[in-house]
Design a protein around this ligand. Structure first.
Ligand code: 13P
Length: 252
């Protein structure tokens, strides 16, 4: 059985002090039955790692660079993240792809190095509204997975996570229906079967992201191929993220 995950992507929100306060509150909740991951900004990783030590909360970075050191002003490397106690890294988030123009090749290089450094990638894919409307859902996901993972030596399936985040559902209040999510997730699992083999595809966790709230988490995670959620806005508040963690359905 795939252990479900509730992950919070804090994007460019919260100071180190706010990060500490949030983690103190969240770790006092009863131990959840899903895994819990929080991705604060780089600046707050240190506070997050120390505050979450020995608890059920795992810490992710929101991005990394594709080299471990050098003259790359403003970048942070996988080796630096690992040395700071970070265990996970979000890669290919739609804001990285569309606002910062990262290509599948950029994401491929980052993913390759992150894995070599022992980080667990949360590898994001998802189509834009115009692409969905013109019937390109499958071809977009196919390209993002096949180019994004090309030549990469994948680890054990529990050391790699995929997140399906339809761009039109991010921060818009418009969620994919559980059926839409299931259809895309089943296709992604099929793609992973082609890329990494049937066993890996069966075991890899695929999260849904895009306007996840306490009220829609149970229905989304009840679908057989939805193995958890990647939450933006609703992960910033302890009460709402706590409710999301509690609502993740353990079995479909
Ligand atoms: P929202 O939950 O705010 O729509 O953001 C989703 C997201 O981008 C998580 O990575």
């Amino acid at each position: 059985m795939r252990k479900k995950i509730a992950a919070g992507n804090w994007k460019m929100f919260k100071t180190p002090q706010e990060t500490r306060e949030f983690l103190r509150a969240i770790k006092s909740l009863p131990p959840p039955s899903c895994e819990v991951v929080i991705a604060p900004t780089y600046l707050c990783l240190d506070a997050a790692v120390s505050e979450s030590a020995g608890t059920f909360v795992q810490i992710a970075a929101q991005n990394c660079y594709s080299q471990n050191q050098g003259a790359f002003t403003g970048e942070i490397s996988p080796a630096q993240l690992r040395a700071s106690g970070v265990t996970h890294v979000i890669l290919g988030h739609s804001e990285r792809r569309h606002v910062f123009k990262e290509s599948d090749q950029d994401i491929n290089k980052k993913c390759n190095l992150a894995l070599k450094e022992g980080l667990l990638p949360i590898f994001c894919v998802g189509e834009q509204l115009a692409e969905r409307k013109t019937g390109q859902l499958r071809s977009v996901l196919e390209k993002q997975i096949l180019y994004g993972l090309e030549g990469i030596d994948l680890p054990a399936a529990d050391k790699f996570v995929i997140a399906y985040e339809p761009v039109w559902a991010i921060g818009t209040g418009e969620t994919a229906t559980p059926e839409d999510a299931q259809e895309a997730h089943a296709f992604l699992r099929e793609l992973m079967g082609r890329t990494a083999g049937a066993d890996f595809a069966q075991k890899v966790r695929i999260l849904y992201g895009g306007s996840v709230k306490p009220g829609n988490t149970a229905a989304l995670t009840a679908k057989p191929d939805v193995d958890g959620v990647l939450v933006g806005g609703a992960s910033l508040d302890v009460d709402s993220f706590g409710q999301i963690i509690a609502a993740v359905r353990i079995q479909g």
